[in-house]
Write a protein that binds this ligand. Structure first.
Ligand SMILES: CC(C)(COP(=O)(O)OP(=O)(O)OC[C@H]1O[C@@H](n2cnc3c(N)ncnc32)[C@H](O)[C@@H]1OP(=O)(O)O)[C@@H](O)C(=O)NCCC(=O)NCCS
Length: 131
């Protein structure tokens, strides 16, 4: 598979409903919960791309553009946007969706860097022979 095909095949979407336990005291999605979900979708995306053990080495700037109310549907989209030697950058978007109108809006965006590692946590080139 070419790198572009691997990027295409690794794109990951997770759909969730925002429950009360996911929210802050004003009833919108709690930032820490959003970042946990972003790490999860980035981990899945990077694993599908690398087909190796990966770990998060960096969560870069995260922009919270609009609040996400309790009861919203959210879609998390992870996509490889940079391929390094042992690392990949995953851009994660969280789109909020009104469950009744279907209206969608980009609510949160961030970038995470994931590193491919071996059993001793030593970074491994993404293109080396796979197990
Ligand atoms: C991930 C880890 C093994 C990398 O070790 P390291 O000594 O920094 O390794 P290197 O310097 O060889 O860097 C490896 C890659 O990570 C990148 N990297 C390292 N630190 C980075 C940072 N802060 N931001 C972005 N990229 C980073 C390097 O640029 C390099 O990428 P490349 O090979 O594509 O050029 C080490 O930092 C670690 O174990 N971190 C803890 C991971 C963890 O517990 N995560 C949470 C649970 S998943």
């Amino acid at each position: 598979m070419t790198v572009n095909e691997r990027i295409e095949h690794s794109r990951t979407r997770i759909t969730k409903l925002v429950f009360p336990q996911d929210t802050n005291p004003i009833g919108t999605l709690y930032g820490g919960t959003a970042m946990k979900w972003m790490d999860e979708v980035a981990f899945l995306t990077a694993t599908r791309f690398a087909r190796r053990q990966v770990v998060t080495v960096s969560m870069d700037r995260v922009d919270f553009k609009v609040p996400i109310a309790k009861g919203s549907i959210v879609e998390l989209i992870g996509e490889v946007t940079r391929v390094g030697n042992t690392s990949v950058t995953i851009t994660v978007q969280i789109v909020r969706e009104d469950p009744f109108t279907g209206g969608q809006e980009l609510a949160i965006r961030g970038e995470l860097v994931m590193v491919s590692v071996d059993d001793a946590m030593v970074p491994v080139p993404l293109e080396s022979d796979r197990k």
